[in-house]
Design a protein around this ligand. Sequence first.
Ligand code: ADP
Length: 228
Amino acid sequence: MIEFYNVSKRYSNGVMALNDVTVKIEKGEFVFLVGPSGAGKSTFIKAILKEVDITTGKVTVDDLTVSKLHRRRVPYLRRKVGVVFQDFRLLPNKTVYENIAFAMEITGAPARTIRKQVPLILTLVGLSEKRNHYPNQLSGGEQQRVSIARSMINNPPILIADEPTGNLDPDTSWEIMKVLRTINRRGTTILMATHDREIVDVMKKRVIALENGKVARDEKVGVYGYDD
Ligand code: ADP
Protein backbone atom coordinates (compact mmCIF):
# COMPACT_ATOMS: atom_id res chain seq x y z
CA MET A 1 0.00 0.00 0.00
CA ILE A 2 2.94 2.31 0.81
CA GLU A 3 6.44 1.53 -0.44
CA PHE A 4 9.72 3.38 -0.03
CA TYR A 5 12.62 2.18 -2.20
CA ASN A 6 16.01 3.58 -1.25
CA VAL A 7 14.49 6.94 -0.46
CA SER A 8 16.67 9.87 0.54
CA LYS A 9 15.67 13.45 1.18
CA ARG A 10 18.28 16.14 1.42
CA TYR A 11 16.98 19.60 2.31
CA SER A 12 18.58 22.66 0.72
CA ASN A 13 20.56 23.31 3.93
CA GLY A 14 22.29 19.95 3.43
CA VAL A 15 20.39 18.00 6.13
CA MET A 16 19.73 14.38 5.15
CA ALA A 17 16.26 13.97 6.68
CA LEU A 18 15.81 10.53 5.07
CA ASN A 19 18.84 8.42 4.23
CA ASP A 20 18.30 5.35 2.05
CA VAL A 21 14.95 4.28 3.53
CA THR A 22 13.36 1.10 2.17
CA VAL A 23 10.10 -0.08 3.78
CA LYS A 24 6.90 -1.68 2.63
CA ILE A 25 3.55 -1.26 4.40
CA GLU A 26 0.89 -3.74 3.32
CA LYS A 27 -2.81 -3.15 2.89
CA GLY A 28 -4.65 -3.30 6.21
CA GLU A 29 -1.58 -2.91 8.45
CA PHE A 30 -1.47 -0.71 11.56
CA VAL A 31 2.00 0.78 11.84
CA PHE A 32 3.54 3.08 14.44
CA LEU A 33 6.27 5.45 13.26
CA VAL A 34 8.53 6.39 16.17
CA GLY A 35 11.90 8.00 16.73
CA PRO A 36 13.51 10.97 18.47
CA SER A 37 12.72 14.50 17.40
CA GLY A 38 14.52 15.28 14.15
CA ALA A 39 14.69 11.60 13.13
CA GLY A 40 12.77 12.18 9.89
CA LYS A 41 9.20 11.17 10.79
CA SER A 42 7.57 14.33 9.40
CA THR A 43 9.63 14.13 6.26
CA PHE A 44 8.60 10.48 5.84
CA ILE A 45 4.93 11.50 6.07
CA LYS A 46 5.42 14.47 3.75
CA ALA A 47 7.05 12.20 1.17
CA ILE A 48 3.88 10.06 1.14
CA LEU A 49 1.68 13.14 0.67
CA LYS A 50 4.04 14.72 -1.86
CA GLU A 51 4.49 17.72 0.40
CA VAL A 52 8.22 17.32 -0.13
CA ASP A 53 9.98 16.06 -3.24
CA ILE A 54 12.44 13.33 -2.40
CA THR A 55 16.02 13.62 -3.64
CA THR A 56 16.56 10.01 -4.72
CA GLY A 57 14.59 6.76 -4.66
CA LYS A 58 10.95 5.99 -5.22
CA VAL A 59 7.75 6.25 -3.16
CA THR A 60 4.57 4.49 -4.18
CA VAL A 61 1.10 4.79 -2.64
CA ASP A 62 -1.42 2.21 -3.82
CA ASP A 63 -1.10 2.32 -7.61
CA LEU A 64 0.62 5.72 -7.76
CA THR A 65 4.32 6.49 -7.99
CA VAL A 66 4.31 9.57 -5.79
CA SER A 67 7.81 10.67 -6.70
CA LYS A 68 6.82 10.85 -10.40
CA LEU A 69 3.27 12.11 -9.94
CA HIS A 70 2.35 15.22 -11.92
CA ARG A 71 1.26 18.20 -9.79
CA ARG A 72 -2.13 18.04 -11.46
CA ARG A 73 -2.69 14.57 -10.06
CA VAL A 74 -1.74 15.37 -6.46
CA PRO A 75 -5.43 15.85 -5.48
CA TYR A 76 -6.01 12.29 -6.66
CA LEU A 77 -3.24 11.08 -4.32
CA ARG A 78 -4.69 13.11 -1.43
CA ARG A 79 -8.05 11.40 -1.83
CA LYS A 80 -6.34 8.09 -1.15
CA VAL A 81 -4.76 9.29 2.08
CA GLY A 82 -6.72 10.73 4.99
CA VAL A 83 -4.64 12.80 7.43
CA VAL A 84 -5.19 13.63 11.09
CA PHE A 85 -3.01 16.07 13.05
CA GLN A 86 -2.17 16.69 16.68
CA ASP A 87 -3.93 20.08 16.62
CA PHE A 88 -7.22 18.92 15.01
CA ARG A 89 -7.39 21.79 12.45
CA LEU A 90 -11.16 22.19 12.49
CA LEU A 91 -12.96 25.23 11.13
CA PRO A 92 -14.03 27.16 14.25
CA ASN A 93 -17.09 28.81 12.68
CA LYS A 94 -18.61 25.58 11.41
CA THR A 95 -20.46 22.94 13.39
CA VAL A 96 -19.34 19.33 13.60
CA TYR A 97 -21.74 18.45 10.77
CA GLU A 98 -20.63 21.43 8.66
CA ASN A 99 -16.92 20.70 9.14
CA ILE A 100 -17.40 17.26 7.63
CA ALA A 101 -19.92 18.35 4.98
CA PHE A 102 -17.61 21.18 3.90
CA ALA A 103 -14.70 18.79 3.39
CA MET A 104 -16.96 16.72 1.15
CA GLU A 105 -18.23 19.77 -0.75
CA ILE A 106 -14.71 20.79 -1.75
CA THR A 107 -14.10 17.35 -3.23
CA GLY A 108 -17.20 17.94 -5.39
CA ALA A 109 -19.52 15.45 -3.69
CA PRO A 110 -23.20 15.92 -4.57
CA ALA A 111 -25.49 17.27 -1.81
CA ARG A 112 -27.42 14.01 -1.72
CA THR A 113 -24.25 12.00 -1.03
CA ILE A 114 -23.20 14.45 1.68
CA ARG A 115 -26.58 14.20 3.43
CA LYS A 116 -26.29 10.43 3.43
CA GLN A 117 -22.61 10.07 4.25
CA VAL A 118 -22.07 12.61 7.06
CA PRO A 119 -24.44 10.90 9.54
CA LEU A 120 -22.80 7.53 8.82
CA ILE A 121 -19.33 8.90 9.52
CA LEU A 122 -20.54 10.64 12.69
CA THR A 123 -21.89 7.32 13.92
CA LEU A 124 -18.54 5.65 13.18
CA VAL A 125 -16.74 8.09 15.49
CA GLY A 126 -19.58 8.21 18.05
CA LEU A 127 -20.48 11.87 17.64
CA SER A 128 -24.00 11.81 16.21
CA GLU A 129 -25.40 13.66 19.22
CA LYS A 130 -22.91 16.51 18.94
CA ARG A 131 -23.51 17.19 15.24
CA ASN A 132 -24.67 20.77 15.85
CA HIS A 133 -21.90 21.72 18.28
CA TYR A 134 -19.07 24.08 17.36
CA PRO A 135 -15.46 22.95 17.93
CA ASN A 136 -15.05 25.18 21.01
CA GLN A 137 -18.02 23.38 22.60
CA LEU A 138 -16.21 20.05 22.35
CA SER A 139 -13.52 18.34 24.43
CA GLY A 140 -10.13 17.70 22.85
CA GLY A 141 -11.00 14.05 22.30
CA GLU A 142 -14.27 14.96 20.60
CA GLN A 143 -12.50 17.47 18.36
CA GLN A 144 -10.02 14.79 17.36
CA ARG A 145 -12.91 12.45 16.54
CA VAL A 146 -14.38 15.10 14.25
CA SER A 147 -11.00 15.43 12.62
CA ILE A 148 -10.83 11.66 12.12
CA ALA A 149 -14.36 11.66 10.69
CA ARG A 150 -13.37 14.38 8.26
CA SER A 151 -10.31 12.43 7.16
CA MET A 152 -12.49 9.40 6.36
CA ILE A 153 -15.07 11.10 4.12
CA ASN A 154 -13.81 9.54 0.93
CA ASN A 155 -13.22 6.23 2.66
CA PRO A 156 -9.50 6.41 1.83
CA PRO A 157 -7.47 3.19 1.82
CA ILE A 158 -4.83 4.88 4.02
CA LEU A 159 -5.07 7.03 7.14
CA ILE A 160 -2.02 8.91 8.39
CA ALA A 161 -2.23 10.13 11.97
CA ASP A 162 0.54 12.54 12.95
CA GLU A 163 0.71 12.48 16.77
CA PRO A 164 -3.09 12.31 17.06
CA THR A 165 -2.97 11.91 20.85
CA GLY A 166 -0.25 14.52 21.42
CA ASN A 167 -2.67 17.04 23.00
CA LEU A 168 -4.85 14.55 24.87
CA ASP A 169 -4.84 13.01 28.34
CA PRO A 170 -4.27 9.23 28.61
CA ASP A 171 -7.95 8.21 28.91
CA THR A 172 -8.97 10.35 25.96
CA SER A 173 -5.99 9.07 24.00
CA TRP A 174 -7.30 5.53 24.41
CA GLU A 175 -10.73 6.59 23.13
CA ILE A 176 -9.03 7.88 20.01
CA MET A 177 -7.05 4.64 19.67
CA LYS A 178 -10.32 2.68 19.81
CA VAL A 179 -11.69 4.74 16.93
CA LEU A 180 -8.50 4.21 14.93
CA ARG A 181 -8.61 0.49 15.67
CA THR A 182 -12.19 0.30 14.41
CA ILE A 183 -11.22 2.10 11.22
CA ASN A 184 -8.25 -0.25 10.78
CA ARG A 185 -10.48 -3.30 11.27
CA ARG A 186 -12.72 -2.02 8.50
CA GLY A 187 -9.71 -2.34 6.21
CA THR A 188 -7.98 1.05 6.24
CA THR A 189 -4.18 0.96 6.47
CA ILE A 190 -3.02 3.19 9.33
CA LEU A 191 0.34 4.87 9.81
CA MET A 192 0.59 6.72 13.12
CA ALA A 193 3.57 8.85 14.14
CA THR A 194 3.71 9.08 17.90
CA HIS A 195 5.74 9.77 21.03
CA ASP A 196 3.19 7.93 23.19
CA ARG A 197 5.10 5.06 24.75
CA GLU A 198 2.15 3.49 26.57
CA ILE A 199 0.01 3.31 23.45
CA VAL A 200 2.76 1.75 21.33
CA ASP A 201 3.69 -0.78 24.02
CA VAL A 202 0.09 -1.83 24.73
CA MET A 203 -1.19 -2.00 21.14
CA LYS A 204 1.45 -4.53 20.02
CA LYS A 205 1.48 -3.42 16.41
CA ARG A 206 4.27 -3.06 13.89
CA VAL A 207 6.81 -0.38 14.85
CA ILE A 208 9.10 1.39 12.41
CA ALA A 209 11.72 3.45 14.24
CA LEU A 210 13.62 6.17 12.41
CA GLU A 211 16.92 7.56 13.69
CA ASN A 212 18.99 10.11 11.80
CA GLY A 213 16.93 9.51 8.67
CA LYS A 214 17.46 5.74 8.68
CA VAL A 215 15.24 2.82 9.65
CA ALA A 216 16.77 1.84 13.01
CA ARG A 217 14.15 -0.85 13.81
CA ASP A 218 11.25 -2.47 12.00
CA GLU A 219 9.44 -4.91 14.30
CA LYS A 220 6.27 -6.83 13.56
CA VAL A 221 5.11 -6.55 17.17
CA GLY A 222 7.16 -3.66 18.42
CA VAL A 223 7.71 -1.46 21.45
CA TYR A 224 8.33 2.26 21.77
CA GLY A 225 11.87 1.80 23.01
CA TYR A 226 12.98 5.37 23.86
CA ASP A 227 13.29 7.26 27.14
CA ASP A 228 11.63 10.53 26.09
P1 ADP B 1 10.86 14.49 12.99
O1 ADP B 1 9.49 14.64 12.41
O2 ADP B 1 11.21 13.08 13.31
O3 ADP B 1 11.08 15.39 14.16
P2 ADP B 1 11.76 15.89 10.61
O4 ADP B 1 11.41 15.10 9.41
O5 ADP B 1 10.91 17.07 10.95
O6 ADP B 1 11.92 14.92 11.87
O7 ADP B 1 13.24 16.45 10.44
C1 ADP B 1 14.35 15.63 10.03
C2 ADP B 1 15.57 16.52 9.86
O8 ADP B 1 15.36 17.39 8.75
C3 ADP B 1 15.86 17.42 11.05
O9 ADP B 1 17.26 17.55 11.17
C4 ADP B 1 15.24 18.74 10.65
O10 ADP B 1 15.89 19.83 11.26
C5 ADP B 1 15.45 18.74 9.15
N1 ADP B 1 14.41 19.48 8.42
C6 ADP B 1 13.08 19.26 8.48
N2 ADP B 1 12.41 20.08 7.65
C7 ADP B 1 13.34 20.86 7.05
C8 ADP B 1 13.30 21.91 6.09
N3 ADP B 1 12.16 22.33 5.55
N4 ADP B 1 14.47 22.47 5.71
C9 ADP B 1 15.63 22.06 6.23
N5 ADP B 1 15.76 21.06 7.13
C10 ADP B 1 14.63 20.47 7.55
